[in-house]
Design a protein around this ligand. Structure first.
Ligand code: DX5
Ligand code: ZN
Length: 224
């Protein structure tokens, strides 16, 4: 377990998603985004079951942990998140998000994540209504709203799904972070920030650009 924590709610944080990074040079990619002043990195975990794609697991996180002081924001797009939560904590995740659509006993899982010493997040797919997390969102440290169907980077932002952010903000108040994931770029950033998102997952709009630092700056500027 690491001693890193999510920033307190109220500030805008950019969480680069490494899904579109150069997987043969992940340590360098983390160093570059850290040099751009971000404090966290979004790690997309896919199991080929909950979503139709497979990415990384605990062994990769553990190796990255050895070479980075960024807050590890693990987005578990997996079936049975409760079964794997401990392995991701032991590998060095600082914050763990599970999908409401995949979890059996969400409240128990949130308690368990807290007991393991990490912060907890719940995520909603574009089609899942805000009401599905009404009772458990206030128990989380961050709620993740998907604005694309999970599984792949580089998809088109879904404006209707983003509107849910405003409802979630009403539910959780100002002290819990709201993260948004999917199609976030300098054009869509002002929209989601106006709805109340404060944590911006950005994959393609950073890692498809040769200059990652300039791309992060452009998002930061758009969030103002
Ligand atoms: C999608 C992932 C996202 C994705 C974001 O399933 O959860 O984190 O990588 O990438 P962009 O910013 O390209 O939509
Ligand atoms: Zn993600």
């Amino acid at each position: 377990m690491s001693d890193l924590r999510l920033a307190k709610a109220g500030t805008i944080e950019i969480a680069p998603s490494i899904l579109d990074a150069d997987f043969a040079r992940l340590a360098d990619e983390l160093a570059v985004i850290e040099s751009a002043g971000v404090s966290m990195v979004h790690l997309d975990v896919m199991d080929g079951h909950f979503v139709p794609n497979i990415t990384i697991g605990p062994p990769v996180l553990a190796k990255l942990r050895d070479c980075s002081r960024l807050v590890f924001d693990a987005h578990l797009m997996i079936s049975e998140p409760a079964k794997y939560a401990k392995a991701f904590v032991e590998a060095g995740a600082d914050h763990i998000t599970f999908h409401i659509e995949a979890a059996q006993k969400s409240e128990r899982l949130i308690d368990r994540l807290h007991a393991l010493g990490v912060t907890a997040g719940v995520c909603l797919n574009p089609q899942t209504p805000a009401e599905a997390v009404e009772n458990i969102a206030p128990l989380c440290d961050m709620v993740l709203v998907m604005t694309v169907h999970p599984g792949f980077g580089g998809q088109k932002f879904m404006p209707e799904a983003a509107k849910k952010i405003a409802r979630i903000r009403e539910i959780v108040g100002p002290d819990i972070r709201i993260e948004v994931d999917g199609g976030i770029d300098p054009q869509t950033t002002p929209i989601v920030v106006s709805y109340g998102a404060d944590t911006l997952v950005v994959g393609n709009a950073i890692f498809s650009k040769p200059d990652r630092v300039a791309a992060i700056k452009a998002i930061r500027q758009a969030a103002k």
